[in-house]
Structures are given as structure tokens and as C-alpha cells.
Design a protein around this ligand. Structure first.
Ligand code: COA
Length: 138
């Protein structure tokens, strides 16, 4: 989410911004944000979000995700990204890209588990997943 000008914590302003950020993508891949978001549900509760955003290059989307702190470190990130790759293929995409920071160990691990090709450039880590390739078993 973009930063919110509001007092720290789960304040009303931050809740409103959080809802607005996710509702803005209700239009999906062909809507104003060119983004389709999926809730990540575990144990009957929404614990995170994974998205794909249409890029200018045909057949290519960018992914990003978050999990609530209490839902991290349980393998849900890789499971959600695998589902996202399947959804992207079903939507006719051939490539999923992602961008993160090289020190984001959780994200790097999840991307590796999903077979991403990683390249570091200008302090950023660029990941590329080709949907024609077979996904690693885990
Ligand atoms: C990135 C994220 C989705 C990963 O999901 P996850 O379900 O926690 O991932 P996993 O449970 O598969 O853990 C991934 C690995 O990272 C490790 N890890 C996770 N957080 C870590 C941390 N802070 N420091 C060191 N290692 C960490 C886990 O131990 C695990 O290691 P393993 O693959 O060797 O078993 C989640 O941490 C998150 O929401 N982070 C905040 C938002 C974010 O950074 N999103 C990605 C931006 S591109």
C-alpha cells in the first residue's frame, strides 16, 4: 500500500485507506488499476492479499502480495503465489514478474520456491516467472 498520512497504528484513517486501496481494484484486469486481487484465506479468515497487475508488454502481469504478521512463516506465501500463477495462466498470461528488495528474505524465498528467475539491478530484485515452464514441486 502507498504510505498513509495518518497517526501510526490501525487508526480509522488507515483502515479507510486500506479499504479504498483494495476496493479500487474491483474492476479487475481491465479496470482503472488493471489489477485483479485475491484474498488469501486460511482457517476461514482473510489473512492476506495477492494480486496481478497488467503490464504494457502483452501476456505479462506483475504480482505482489502481503500476509498479516501472524500468518507469515507458514508457507502460505508460496501456496498463494502458486495459485496466482495458475490464475494468471488461466487469464491467458505467459509471464509473471515481481519486484522486491534483495533483503526481503521472505519474498525472495517465496519467489525461488515458485521457480522465479532473479536478477538484481539498481538495488532492486527483479523476478520473472515463465508460465510455459513447469512449476517446481515445492
Ligand atoms: C513475503 C511474504 C508474503 C512471504 O510469505 P510467507 O508465507 O511468510 O512465506 P513462507 O512461510 O514461505 O516463508 C518464506 C521463507 O522466508 C523465511 N522468512 C520469512 N520472513 C523472514 C524474515 N523476516 N527473516 C528471515 N527469514 C524469513 C521463512 O523462514 C521461510 O524460509 P524457508 O523458505 O527457508 O522455509 C510475507 O512475509 C509478507 O507478507 N511480507 C510482507 C509484505 C511483503 O514483503 N510482500 C512482498 C513484497 S514483493
Amino acid at each position: 500500500m502507498p504510505p498513509v498520512e495518518a497517526p501510526a497504528g490501525w487508526s480509522l484513517a488507515r483502515r479507510d485507506a486500506f479499504r479504498a486501496f483494495h476496493r479500487a481494484s474491483f474492476g479487475g484486469l481491465d479496470g482503472p488499476t488493471r489489477t485483479r486481487m485475491y484474498a488469501i484465506v486460511a482457517g476461514g479468515e482473510v489473512v492476506g492479499m495477492v494480486r496481478m497487475t497488467r503490464r504494457d508488454e502483452p501476456g505479462t502481469v506483475e504480482t505482489g502480495m502481503w500476509l498479516g504478521r501472524s500468518a507469515r512463516g507458514r508457507g502460505l506465501g508460496a501456496a498463494a503465489l502458486r495459485e496466482l500463477l495458475n490464475a494468471a495462466a488461466a487469464a491467458g498470461m505467459h509471464t509473471v514478474v515481481a519486484e522486491t528488495k534483495p533483503d526481503n528474505q521472505g519474498a525472495v524465498s517465496v519467489l525461488r520456491k515458485c521457480g522465479a528467475e532473479l536478477r538484481e539491478k539498481g538495488g532492486k530484485l527483479h523476478a520473472r516467472m515463465c508460465l510455459d515452464a513447469v512449476l517446481p514441486a515445492r
